[in-house]
Design a protein around this ligand. Structure first.
Ligand SMILES: Nc1ncnc2c1ncn2[C@@H]1O[C@H](COP(=O)(O)OP(=O)(O)OP(=O)(O)O)[C@@H](O)[C@H]1O
Ligand SMILES: O=C([O-])CC(=O)C(=O)O
Ligand SMILES: [Ca+2]
Ligand SMILES: [Mn+2]
Length: 665
C-alpha cells in the first residue's frame, strides 16, 4: 500500500492507525492461547465450522480491483483557492485574438474514466469561462497538472513520453529530442521603448524581434498548448535572496520539462504556494511544435523569444530543457542590475570557516564539477546574484555534465543521480538499466538535473557572505595558459570581459569539437546589458570586499588539443584547495611572457613542472607560436571593448586594456 488511508467517508477503523493497533493486539495475544482462538474479530482465526480460514490478515473492504486502487490514494482537499489558481492559469493561457483563456480542469485526464460513478468534482476542479462558442477548441477542457510531485511526473513521463525510463539508480532517463543543446542563434528579444538600455548589435546575444512577431509566436505556442489534453504548470521561485526573489510560471507539454524545472527552480513550500498569486514571469514551452518559418525574423523552425515588457518567454521548435533555465537566467541578467545586484554565470561554494569562492567559466569549464567539493558547502553550481548582502543562488538545483562521469572522480554528483533526478540523453543497458556515462551516441552533452539538496553538503537556504576568491575558469584547448595564475584587479576585469575558453563539444547546438571562444562575462549568450556594465559592478564589489582573482586553466597541458591532454581533475582540485586555504596568497611567483600572468612556483600536491606550460611542451617553438596566436586572438577580441565608451568603466578602461597580453607581433 502506498498510503494506508481510507476515504474520509469511511469509518475510522479503516485508518492505518487502528490497523496498527490491531497488530499490537495480535502480538500480545500470542502469549495467551485463549484470546488467540475463538475471537471473531479481524486478525484472528475462526474455526467454528471446523475449517481453518486463511483470513488471519485484515480483509480488504473492496469489491473490485478499481475500488481497491481508489483506497490507495489520499484525495486532495479541494478548496476555493484552487479555483483562483485555475483562473490565473486560464488567464496565462488566454489567446490574444479571442482574449479569453481555455476551460480548465485540474487533474489527470487519464483518471476521468476511473472517476465515473465517483464524485468527480471532489477530485477534479474546473473553471469555465462564460463565452459564446466560436471554435471547436472552445468546446473542450484542458487538464492542468499543477506542480505535480516527482513521482507523478515520473508516471506521466514513462506512460506518455517515448524514451523515458527509470535507470538502475532511480533517476529518470529521458530524451530531449532533435536538439541536445541550446540554440543561441534562434534566441530573439523584443525591442521596444523599454529596452533601450539593452546590448544590441555586434557581439550581442540579443537578436531583435518586434512585438507583433512575438505575439504571433506566442499565439502559436498558446494555441498548441490549448489544443492538448493536458498541460503541466509549475509555479516556482528564482533567487534565494528573499528580497529579490521572483515568481515564475512554466507552462509545458511534457512531464520531462515539468520535472526539470521542478528540480532547477526553487520549490515553494505548501504555504508559499497558497499565497503565490500571479507570476512575475511566464514561460510558454511549446517545444514540440515548430515556429512558422514564414514568420518575420525566423531563420529556422526553432525560436526562443523573450518579451521583457510582457514578462513572457515563448519556446517553439526545441525541447532542450536548458533553454528554460538559461532563458530565465537572461531575464535575471536584466532585472537584477536594475537593483544594483550583479548576476553571475558562476558556481559558488563556502568553506567551513565561511570563506566564499565564485567559479566563473563558460560551459564545460568546471563550474559544477569544482563547486561540488566534499570539503566545502555548495551554495550553487551555475547562476548567482551578488548584492550588498552577499551571494545568493538563483536556482534550486544543479545541472551537471555527465559525459565520462565516474563515482571515483565526482562522488557527490554520482550520488545525486537518484530518484527524482532527470538524466538527459544518456545511454543505458536495456535490461539492467545501468547508465554508460562514456557513451556519446545521442550526444556528448549528456546532463543530470537534480535538486540542490541532493548534494549532501548543500547550504540551504543557498546564500552566503561576500566572496573572498573569484576564480575564472578557462578550458584552454591551446594548452598555453598556466594551470593557475594570480590576477591583479585589472587582469581580473580583462579576463572577465574577455571570457575565454575552448568551448567543449555539444552544449551549443552544432559544436562538435573544442574551439577557442570568447564570451563576455563568461556568459555572453545570457547577458542583456553591455558587458562593461557587469564588469564595472564586479570590479566595484571585488574592491569593496577585498576579493582576489585567479585564472585556472582546466584545459590542456603538454600541447594543444590533439597533442596534449586535459589536466587531471585531481590536480585541478589540488590547485583549487590551495586557493581556498590561502596557501597561494603567500607563496612565491614568477611572471610569464606575453600574458604577464603571475604563476606560483609551488602548489601542494601538484608537480611543479606542470605549473609553467612551457615545461610540458616538447616542441618549444610550437609553444611560443601557439602562445602568440592565442594572445593575438585575445587582442582582436578585446578591441571592441577597449573602444567602447559608454559602459561606465571609462576611467578603468585603459588600465584594463593594458592588463591583457603585451607583445609585438
Ligand atoms: N581538470 C578538470 N577540471 C574540471 N573539470 C574537468 C577537468 N577534467 C575533466 N573535467 C570534466 O569537464 C566537465 C566540466 O563540466 P561542468 O559540468 O563542471 O561544466 P560547467 O562549467 O558547470 O558548465 P555548464 O555551464 O554548461 O553547466 C566535467 O565533465 C568534468 O568531469
Ligand atoms: O544551458 C545549458 O544548456 C547548460 C549550461 O549550463 C550552459 O551552457 O552554460
Ligand atoms: Ca554546470
Ligand atoms: Mn551554465
Amino acid at each position: 500500500m502506498v498510503r494506508g488511508c481510507a476515504p474520509p467517508e469511511e469509518p475510522s477503523c479503516w485508518s492505518s492507525e487502528s490497523a496498527g493497533k490491531e497488530s499490537d493486539e495480535m502480538m500480545e495475544a500470542k502469549d495467551g492461547q485463549a484470546s488467540w482462538l475463538g475471537t471473531n474479530g479481524y486478525g484472528s482465526r475462526r474455526e467454528e465450522d471446523g475449517v481453518c480460514h486463511d483470513d488471519s490478515a485484515t480483509p480488504v473492504r473492496a469489491n473490485t480491483v478499481d475500488e481497491l486502487h481508489s483506497l490507495q490514494r489520499k484525495p486532495q482537499v479541494v478548496e476555493d483557492r484552487h479555483r483562483l489558481q485555475l483562473q490565473s492559469i486560464s488567464a496565462s493561457l488566454a489567446s490574444m485574438t479571442c482574449g479569453i483563456g481555455p476551460k480548465l480542469i485540474k487533474g489527470d485526464p487519464a483518471r476521468k474514466k476511473e472517476m465515473v460513478g465517483k464524485a468527480v468534482t471532489h477530485h477534479q476542479h474546473h473553471i469555465t469561462v462564460p463565452t459564446i462558442t466560436v471554435s471547436d477548441s472552445d468546446l473542450k477542457f484542458t487538464h492542468v497538472l499543477y506542480n505535480l510531485s516527482p513521482s507523478e511526473l515520473y508516471e506521466h513521463a514513462i506512460k506518455y513520453e517515448k524514451g523515458s525510463f527509470i535507470t538502475s539508480s532511480g533517476a529518470l532517463a529521458t530524451l530531449s529530442g532533435a536538439k541536445t543543446g541550446r540554440s543561441p542563434r534562434d534566441k530573439r528579444v523584443v525591442k521596444d521603448e523599454t529596452t533601450d538600455d539593452l546590448w544590441w548589435g555586434k557581439g550581442s546575444p540579443n537578436i531583435e524581434m518586434d512585438e507583433h512577431t512575438f505575439l504571433i509566436n506566442r499565439e502559436r505556442a498558446v494555441d498548441y498548448l490549448n489544443s492538448l489534453d493536458k498541460v503541466f504548470v509549475n509555479d516556482q521561485f528564482l533567487n534565494w535572496d528573499p528580497n529579490n526573489r521572483i515568481k515564475v510560471r512554466i507552462i509545458s507539454a511534457r512531464a520531462y520539462h515539468s520535472l526539470f524545472m521542478h528540480n532547477m527552480c526553487i520549490r515553494p513550500t505548501y504555504e508559499e504556494l497558497e499565497n503565490f498569486g500571479e507570476p512575475d514571469f511566464t514561460i510558454y514551452n511549446a517545444g514540440q511544435f515548430p515556429c512558422n518559418r514564414y514568420t518575420h525574423y525566423m531563420t529556422s523552425s526553432t525560436s526562443i523569444d523573450i518579451n521583457l515588457k510582457r514578462r513572457e518567454m515563448v519556446i517553439l521548435g526545441t525541447q532542450y530543457a536548458g533553454e528554460m533555465k538559461k532563458g530565465l537566467f537572461s531575464v535575471m541578467h536584466y532585472l537584477m542590475p536594475k537593483k544594483q545586484i550583479l548576476s553571475l554565470h558562476s558556481g559558488c561554494n563556502m568553506g567551513r570557516g565561511g570563506d566564499v569562492a565564485l567559479f566563473f567559466g563558460l560551459s564545460g569549464t568546471g563550474k559544477t564539477t569544482l563547486s561540488t567539493d566534499r570539503n566545502r558547502i555548495l551554495i550553487g553550481d551555475d547562476e548567482h546574484c551578488w548584492s550588498d548582502n552577499g551571494i545568493s543562488n538563483i536556482e534550486g538545483g544543479c545541472y551537471a555534465k555527465c559525459i565520462d562521469l565516474s563515482q571515483e572522480k565526482e562522488p557527490d554528483i554520482w550520488d545525486a543521480i537518484k530518484f527524482g533526478t532527470v538524466l538527459e540523453n544518456v545511454v543505458f543497458d536495456e535490461h539492467s538499466r545501468e547508465v554508460d556515462y562514456t557513451e556519446k551516441s545521442v550526444t556528448e552533452n549528456t546532463r543530470a538535473a537534480y535538486p540542490i539538496e541532493y548534494i549532501a553538503n548543500a547550504k540551504i537556504p543557498c546564500v552566503g557572505p561576500h566572496p573572498k576568491n573569484v576564480i575564472l575558469l578557462a578550458c584552454d584547448a591551446f594548452g598555453v595558459l598556466p594551470p593557475v595564475s594570480k590576477l591583479s584587479h585589472a587582469q581580473t576585469m580583462y579576463h572577465f570581459i574577455s571570457g575565454y575558453t575552448a568551448l567543449v563539444a555539444g552544449t551549443e547546438d552544432g559544436i562538435k569539437e573544442p574551439q577557442a571562444t570568447f564570451s563576455a562575462c563568461f556568459g555572453a549568450a545570457f547577458i542583456m546589458l553591455h558587458p562593461t556594465r557587469y564588469a564595472a559592478m564586479l570590479a566595484d564589489k571585488m574592491k569593496k570586499h577585498g576579493a582576489t582573482g585567479w585564472l585556472v586553466n582546466t584545459g590542456w597541458i603538454g600541447g594543444s588539443y590533439g597533442v596534449g591532454e586535459r589536466i587531471s581533475l585531481a590536480y585541478t582540485r589540488k590547485i583549487i584547495d590551495a586557493i581556498h586555504s590561502g596557501e597561494l596568497l603567500d607563496t612565491s611567483y614568477k611572471k610569464t611572457d606575453v600574458f604577464g600572468l603571475d604563476i606560483p612556483r609551488k602548489v601542494e600536491g601538484v608537480p611543479s613542472e606542470l605549473l609553467d606550460p612551457i615545461n610540458t611542451w616538447e616542441d618549444k617553438d610550437s609553444y611560443k607560436l601557439t602562445l602568440l596566436k592565442l594572445a593575438d586572438l585575445f587582442k582582436r577580441n578585446f578591441k571592441v571593448f577597449a573602444d567602447y565608451k559608454n559602459g561606465g568603466v571609462s576611467d578603468l578602461a585603459d588600465e584594463i586594456a593594458a592588463a591583457g597580453p603585451n607583445f609585438l607581433f
